[in-house]
Each structure stands twice: as C-alpha cells, then as structure tokens.
Design a protein around this ligand. Sequence first.
Ligand SMILES: Nc1ncnc2c1ncn2[C@@H]1O[C@H](COP(=O)(O)OP(=O)(O)OP(=O)(O)O)[C@@H](O)[C@H]1O
Ligand SMILES: [Mg+2]
Length: 237
Amino acid sequence: MIEVNDLTVRFGGVTSLDGMTVSFDAGTCGLIGPNGAGKTTFFNVLSGFVRPASGTVRAFGDNLLSIVHFRRARWGVRRTFQTEQAIEQLSVFQNVALIHEHSGLSRASRRADVLDAISFVGLRCDPQASVATLSAGDRRLVEVARAVVGKPKLVLLDEPAAGLPDSETEHMGEVIRQIPEQTGALTILVDHDMSLVSACCSTTAVLDFGKLIASGPTAQVLRDEHVIRAYLGTAEV
Ligand SMILES: Nc1ncnc2c1ncn2[C@@H]1O[C@H](COP(=O)(O)OP(=O)(O)OP(=O)(O)O)[C@@H](O)[C@H]1O
Ligand SMILES: [Mg+2]
C-alpha cells in the first residue's frame, strides 16, 4: 500500500503537485488526468528524480522519500518512461539484465529471472536479438520486462501503450493486469486510454492541475462529473 500525504512539488512558479493526498491499495491502480496534470511528476517523486517541497509517501510501511534515489531500485521501485528507454544497441536480454543488476538479488537466479520477465511480457523474439530490430510494440514490452524483473514492490507505468495499435494495446493490458499476481508488486498505470485503464484498474485516482479531484472504483470515477469536465471534455466519452 502506498499512502501519499499532502505532496507538493514546485518548479519555480509552477506548482506541479498541489497537496496531493491519496492511497493506492493493491493490484493495478490507475492514475489519470489531462496533459500537465502532474502524473509524471508524481512518478518522478516516487522514483527519486524530483524532491518534493513538502509531503510524505509511505510505501509498505517504509518512508519512501527518506530512501536515497539510487537505493530505490534495490528497495523495489521500477518504472517505465513516456519516452522510450530501451537501449537499441543492446539485446533484449541485456536490456532486462541491466535493470536486474540493481535489484540486489542473488546472481545465481539472474539469468532465469531475466528470461522469466521476457517470457512473462509475451516477447516471442530471440532474447539475444538487438532491440533495434524490434517493432515499436515489442520495444514497449522490453520496457515492461525491465520494470517487472527481479522482485519489484512498486511498478510505475507511464503511458506504456501510447501510440500502439489496438491489438497490441490489448496485449499490453493483459500483461499489465497480471503484473501484481506475477510479481506481488503494486502497479500504478498512467494512461490517457480510458479503455485500457478500465480494463486494467479496479481503482483509479485523478489529478487536475496537480490536485487530486477524484479517487475510487474506476467505473465510478469515470462517471464523476468533475472528472468528465476536467479530463474527458465531453459527457459521452
Ligand atoms: N522539470 C520540470 N521543470 C519545470 N516544470 C516541470 C518539470 N516537470 C514538470 N513540469 C511542469 O509540471 C506540470 C506537470 O507536468 P507532468 O509532466 O507531471 O504532467 P503529466 O500529467 O505527466 O502530463 P502528460 O499527460 O502530458 O504526460 C506541467 O506544467 C509541467 O510543465
Ligand atoms: Mg506525463
């Protein structure tokens, strides 16, 4: 469980998170909101790239913000980024193994763990294939494999299906839904695709201008008139 209390992030005159208070309980939880709402900033706080002006984050009883950023991977924070991060010159295996090296787990099981992660996301290519030879969808799956390898406690997915065709988005959704069961990690999914969020997340939180405007069962949140007004724009979406 992640408990966020009164979290505020400022960049000069911009308040990107404004007293965000919310909890993410278990399974795969959604985090949505319009462009610039603060979703990626929130992930940056959890993964240690951004230091908040104030507020606390307790993750499974630990004070997450007191853990120095380079130890958070070892603690169990994993994430994907909005921009592609898989390294094209390396193989699929090497890309995933690189992340696993920071997990603090024993070397003995590393090879098997990496292969497990690659197979879990449904990549059918040769693990030795260079990432440069993969399709956009498969490169996204490599990034998810990097986020689930080892023993993550918290998996943060920042628009993992952006730009993918429907069939690949559907597969991505199936993978995301299985992450908590497969790894035991609490998973937070940021996406603008409401069908993907609905398919994957039983609960969803909504940010607008850095403030939390709704949180609860996904179907109920998507019907909330504040959410429709702030984010979806029209009543029929
Ligand atoms: N490093 C930074 N320096 C200055 N401003 C920033 C920085 N990071 C984020 N911001 C600002 O904080 C606000 C929130 O940005 P953020 O990227 O968190 O939004 P988002 O919800 O992820 O949006 P999107 O859906 O477009 O990805 C925006 O106004 C953005 O310009
Ligand atoms: Mg973002």
